[in-house]
Ligand binder design. Structure first.
Ligand SMILES: Nc1ncnc2c1ncn2[C@@H]1O[C@H](COP(=O)(O)OP(=O)(O)OP(=O)(O)O)[C@@H](O)[C@H]1O
Ligand SMILES: [Mg+2]
Length: 585
């Protein structure tokens, strides 16, 4: 029995005669076969969220229920691909219909014809369990795509092939207790359901991003969740791009949801030209883009973040550390609000549906450091941009996000206005992962890295208090120690926290470089305070010649880091001669 359209309201279509329909079944609407998902059922009537432009639909058009949940085909060929919100490859669409996409295009996620070389890792008659690696395909020079025993399958291999296959060819046959299971290079997974794991494990390693303010002060852990809230133009997109380019995750999934089309164009133009610093290969060899920009159908935006995270989990299950970036979850929430409005649900705060929080959580909670079914330690980390109107964090999307995430990189419009980038406000940002990462820092950086970081942060907090005094009574009322504090704080802000994403060298600082730079600034601060204690005045501190060298540190190349040690010795000798000069006099 086929359904018939009885109402069309934007992306929402109501069909009657939908007996047996289940929530989240995928339907093909009208003879154009527009893809939609059932989001509400009343008797025989089903409300369907359609992921494509609904112009031209009319009452009485047929609706076919596929009886399946919205799923994505996972397999080799995802890497380097650009998908739309429901996982159709935009490359494939372009190849079949050109750049004027018609509605109802039936495009696959993966190239169905391409042959991949499958190398088995198991042998005939091997006993295998769910999640174990059966063999692999070299997907890109960086990523070895592992073909796993499907979930719930335990048995004996009765056939395993070697050679070149397309994604639908059967490469392994497994005999379980009561059936034969065919494994091919690809498989389907419903995007709204999280992929199973053995268990979650406490996070203990950072994701290094090369961004000093993030790595040193507000680090993200492997398997962690972070939000970047910030007003219009404060640098959310640039931070996400920086993370995608420089973070040390094995696989990057970048979801552009509801942002401007030209920003995604920047990504599409720029990413293929970038080189991954870890492997020296093109960045696209470890990246997957999901694009659902503001000029694309709004409903698919809702699905896009689940498409992104499902792909991330899929690579995690192979043992990789994956990061997912969503820009922006506010635009995503607006899509949710629009659909809720059309369903005439009772609106919650600011018109958002009451389930906003739980939907957001169902995205972020899929992050984590885990033991995979195959027994490997792997992770999915999530970073979501939030764009609250006017930067007001009391609005529902920001609030719901803050309740979930453990890292908060709060962007400030006043810093952005002063061109202090990244405009991450150190006074409001936080990371709850620092205690988990302590062991990592102790094993990999100077033993007092954390102490230095706290020392520097304290100076920045003092600066804030002193700024209040200065704005009331002027700089001259301050004593030499406070004036010195302001000088050191300025050094920290300008020479450490400020980082130009568009400078070839400054765009990325390794942890080792950050450690040395921090040491240098702390050395200066310590010696300056000691000099003031012993009776020197602020002007003398100001006249230390090596002070200007501190500002040059960020432009020192990664293979010349010993130059920072030279600056540190220069600072020591300058202070030494300051003291001895005085003694002579
Ligand atoms: N780290 C950085 N280094 C240098 N410039 C930066 C940096 N971050 C942001 N900018 C500048 O700020 C501009 C705006 O940044 P961006 O587009 O990321 O803001 P946004 O918060 O995403 O804005 P929107 O709300 O419009 O999406 C950039 O075009 C760039 O000129
Ligand atoms: Mg942006």
């Amino acid at each position: 029995m086929q359904g018939k359209i009885i109402k069309v309201s934007g992306a929402l279509v109501v069909a009657d005669n939908m007996v047996g329909a289940k929530l989240f079944d995928v339907c093909l609407v009208s003879d154009k076969k527009l893809v939609g998902e059932i989001i509400e059922i009343h008797g025989s009537k089903a409300s369907i969220e359609v992921y494509e432009n609904t112009d031209g639909l009319k009452l009485g058009d047929v609706v076919e229920n596929t009886q399946k949940p919205l799923s994505i085909k996972l397999g080799p060929g995802l890497i380097g691909n650009v998908l739309d919100g429901i996982g159709r490859s935009l490359k494939n669409i372009y190849e079949s219909v050109g750049d004027r996409i018609k509605t109802g295009v039936d495009a696959q996620t993966l190239n169905e014809e391409k042959k991949w070389k499958f190398t088995p890792l198991k042998k005939l008659n091997d006993e295998v369990c769910e999640g174990q690696v059966l063999g692999s395909v070299l997907e890109s020079q960086i990523i070895t795509h592992k073909i796993l025993v499907p979930q719930g399958v335990f048995g004996k291999i009765t056939q395993i092939k070697r050679g070149e296959f397309n994604i639908n060819d059967v490469v392994v046959k497994i005999k379980t207790k009561n059936q034969f299971v065919n494994v091919c290079l690809s498989s389907f997974w419903p995007i709204r359901i999280k992929r199973p794991i053995k268990k979650k494990i406490e996070v203990s390693q950072p994701i290094t991003t090369g961004q000093r303010v993030i790595d040193t002060f507000f680090p993200l852990a492997r398997g962690g969740v972070a939000a970047i809230p910030g007003p219009f133009g404060s640098g959310k997109t640039v931070v996400q791009h920086q993370l995608a380019k420089w973070c040390d995750a094995d696989v990057v999934v970048y979801v552009g949801c509801g942002e401007r089309g030209n920003e995604m164009t920047d990504v599409l133009n720029e990413f293929p030209t970038l080189i991954d610093p870890k492997t020296n290969r093109p960045l696209m060899e470890k990246t997957i883009l999901v694009a659902n920009t503001s000029d694309m159908p709004v409903a698919a935006r809702e699905a896009s973040i689940y498409t992104g995270i499902t792909i991330a989990e899929y690579y995690r299950d192979m043992g990789y550390n994956v990061i997912v970036m969503a820009d922006s979850t506010s635009r995503w929430a607006e899509a949710l609000r629009e659909m809720s409005g059309r369903l005439e649900e009772i609106p919650g705060e600011e018109g958002y549906p009451a389930y906003l929080g739980s939907r957001l959580a169902s995205f972020y909670e899929r992050a984590g450091n885990v033991l995979t079914l195959g027994g490997e330690n792997a992770s999915v980390s999530c970073v979501g941009a939030v764009s609250p109107q006017g930067g007001d964090l009391s609005e529902p999307v920001s609030q719901a996000t803050l309740r979930i995430v453990k890292v908060f990189w709060g962007l400030s419009s006043s810093l952005a206005y002063k061109r202090h980038f990244p405009a991450i406000d150190w006074l409001i940002s936080y990371s709850s992962y620092v205690p988990n990462l302590k062991g990592f820092y102790q094993n990999n950086l100077s033993y007092d890295f954390l102490e230095r970081k706290n020392y520097v942060m304290k100076i920045l907090q003092e600066e804030k208090e002193l700024d209040d005094v200065v704005s009331l009574m002027g700089f001259d009322v301050l004593g030499d120690k406070d004036k010195t504090t302001l000088l050191i704080a300025q050094i920290i802000r300008e020479d450490y926290l400020h980082q130009n994403a568009f400078d070839e060298t400054d765009t990325f600082s390794s942890l080792k470089k950050q450690d040395k730079m921090l040491k240098c600034i702390c050395e200066f601060a310590k010696l300056a305070y000691m000099a003031v204690e012993s009776g020197k005045v602020y002007e003398q501190i100001l006249s230390i010649p090596s002070r200007s060298l501190i500002g040059k540190m960020k432009y020192i190349k990664e293979d010349e880091l010993e130059k920072i040690d030279t600056i540190i010795s220069q600072i020591s000798s300058d202070f030494l001669s300051l003291n001895s000069k005085e003694e002579e006099e």
